[in-house]
Design a protein around this ligand. Sequence first.
Ligand code: FAD
Length: 341
Amino acid sequence: MKPAQFEYHAPASAKEAVQLLAKLGDGAKLIAGGQSLVPLLALRLAAFEHLIDLRTVSGLRGIKDRPGSVSAGAVSDDAVPGGAVPGRSVWVGASTTEAAIGRSRLVAARVPLLARATPLIGHFQIRNRGTIGGSLAHADAAAEYPAVALALDAAIETLSPRGQRAIPAGEFFTGTWSTALQPDELLTGVAFRVTGGPAGFAVEEFARRPGDFAVAGAAVAIELDADADGGADGRNARVSRCAIGLFGLGTTPLRASAAEASVAGRAAGDLSTDAFGREIGQAAMADLESVPSDLHGPAAYRKRVGAAVVAAAWGRAINEAVGGVVGDGHGETFGEEAARG
Ligand code: FAD
């Protein structure tokens, strides 16, 4: 099948894209990499009179190190709006491809959870075109990036006729394939806070075949108290922040809040055993509602898989964090990366 007929628009700037969205109304749809939208159009599960192509907006691509908080300023014609993450952050433009993120040294060094999740997305052909903005706006509950954004408390930056805003990832995913974006709002970029002290990050998922969407997955971020005496091997250091993003386990990406709260302030050494990994895996599943039952298996199966992937990701993240107390550090400096794709 072929898509229904549409008029094609190629704006030169973020501002122009927003003006088109506002002018054309419900009949218009943004298209980025097309990896989610094109199949819907081709199968005629969706039809729009106007497609607004974001590939022509160069200001929406790229990866930048932001030294401190940047306040929302005036919107230039090729806008990269300011952010709302206090302290150092890494900004990833909405139209930056998953492949460019996967290649980025800056992301690998400063936002390792994002880097580690990227190779799990589809196949390289998908990642060559699919974008972070498209992935977050599409808001598939089984997708990796939404869970990573939740686990890292990312700020999702937007532009609309009313101006710029930054939406905390925790408020962005509002329901099945739905987000806090307004119909005339463009996602411009994502700001990820850079952690300063010892930290560990891991993502784990189970999919039936490599490249498939995950049956269940978990993205774990753990930070330890940098100032406390962690002991010679780092095991006395206490958890200052823990976030567990879950995907494939609900109608939206989720945080396992009760499991996270259960480790706050506890010594890392007590939490790095296999037995504790299994315990937190179970705890992360305990209060889940709306776990899908589908052709991949019933909800009970997904929960068993979910507990196992949380346990595996937990073990890697806590061990990396403990290792960070006794050494490691991020010494290199990075500038701006122009994302080719
Ligand atoms: P598009 O398809 O162009 O757009 C998707 C939606 O986002 C549309 O509604 C569009 O209007 C909206 N949108 C896009 N950009 C913006 C913006 N800047 N502001 C506001 N709205 C915007 N994804 C995974 O996470 N994990 C997987 O394992 C995975 N496997 C895949 C396997 C296959 C075979 C395919 C075809 C896709 C797979 N994907 C997977 C999806 C892929 O990651 C997509 O690239 C992604 O979901 C959407 O990104 P896109 O740039 O292609 O967006």
